[in-house]
Design a protein around this ligand. Structure first.
Ligand SMILES: C[S@@+](CC[C@H](N)C(=O)[O-])C[C@H]1O[C@@H](n2cnc3c(N)ncnc32)[C@H](O)[C@@H]1O
Length: 228
């Protein structure tokens, strides 16, 4: 998979690119690049945003600036891009990311992720250059960089070779292996701490019983709803 992230703050991704699962994925063929909108802005003085028509607070990321960045990168009219690759515009009001959506994205050969800043995108960017408007939750961050890292992290850990143990991603919260339920509880040593004892079944060495207990726990969590 090749991922391009368009941002005004490419340096924000240095930490992310150094994470072990991301480096593992690089070793298995992942391409990851950050593109700065400011590098190709057609405006003077590195300008990328402007005041909103109709008034109001804040600045809006300009459509001509994003178009120039996309065109410089892909050498096509950005209007045609969503027919060729998945282009995600990050915005709080978009389709909320969940495990099924992540699976869908992880199956793509190429992803483009557009980070907004300030008041967000000129709406024509979302309408004409993006295939999806994506939200990581119903709250507002200052910029799209953290949201992009959330999306990329969730997608990359689904790629072959990203995790040390392939099973780690196979049987996780919301996976088909757990019938879409939250994952069961985990415990490690010590087996007893302050009188809090690990469930006996996990110490039994009986794999079939452990598997059954774990599935029951997952189902119970699904029925309980979100944990406090
Ligand atoms: C301050 S926010 C803009 C919020 C916008 N004025 C609104 O009320 O919906 C700036 C940028 O951060 C990113 N962002 C903030 N919260 C987000 C979220 N929950 N999901 C995805 N992106 C988000 C988007 O790229 C957005 O354009």
């Amino acid at each position: 998979m090749k991922i391009d992230v368009f941002t005004l703050f490419p340096e924000a991704f240095e930490w992310f690119e150094g994470q072990r699962h991301v480096r593992n994925a690089f070793g298995s063929g992942l391409g990851f690049a950050c593109v700065n909108y400011r590098d190709t802005t057609p405006l003077t003085g590195g300008q990328v945003d402007d005041t909103p028509f109709g008034g109001g607070a804040g600045m809006v990321l300009r459509v001509d600036v994003v178009a120039a960045a996309l065109e410089a990168r892909y050498r096509v009219d950005p209007q045609h891009l969503p027919h060729r690759r998945r282009v995600l515009a990050l915005t709080p009001g978009g389709r909320v990311l969940d495990d099924a959506f992540v699976d869908e994205l992880a199956a793509e050969p190429e992803l483009t992720v557009l980070c907004g800043r300030y008041e967000g995108f000129d709406e024509r960017i979302i309408e004409h250059f993006a295939s999806d408007a994506v939200s990581i939750g119903r709250y507002v961050l200052a910029g799209g960089e953290l949201a992009a890292m959330v999306v990329c992290d969730a997608v990359i850990r689904k790629l072959p070779g990203a995790l040390g143990h392939a099973e780690s991603a196979w049987e996780e919260s919301f996976s088909a292996a757990l019938e879409g339920a939250p994952e069961y509880p985990h415990y490690t040593r010590p087996a007893e701490y302050r009188g809090w004892r690990v469930p006996e079944v996990l110490l039994s060495g009986h794999h079939a019983n452990i598997k059954e207990w774990r599935l029951e726990q997952s189902r119970a969590r699904a029925n309980q709803g979100p944990q406090p």
